[in-house]
Write a protein that binds this ligand. Sequence first.
Ligand SMILES: [Zn+2]
Length: 111
Amino acid sequence: MCDFCGNPACTLTKQQVVERGAILESNAYGIMRLATEENPQTYSFKGVPAFYSLSALIPDEDEENPHAYIRFVFDEDEAVGECWEEREVENPLSWQTEQEFIERFEKGGQE
Ligand SMILES: [Zn+2]
């Protein structure tokens, strides 16, 4: 039983999510902004108007909760970095990793 999400079947550990690293939604589509000193790389998403671009979801190492992730939000209208937002992911091990997405993207394998 997971103390964090309350799902009796959940065996997720912080170590698993930290080793797996940053993850991305399955509708991630393209690279929007390359990483800079201040900002991680951000992405666009299929079917989502690009008023904002978002970084991958990064395990929140300040939180004990293995479901806790943070991501950077870039305001494309104003062209400024907006904020970091927190987000809980129910089953992060079923998501693609940022690394997997980048590898497919570089091979031109996006449909
Ligand atoms: Zn859980």
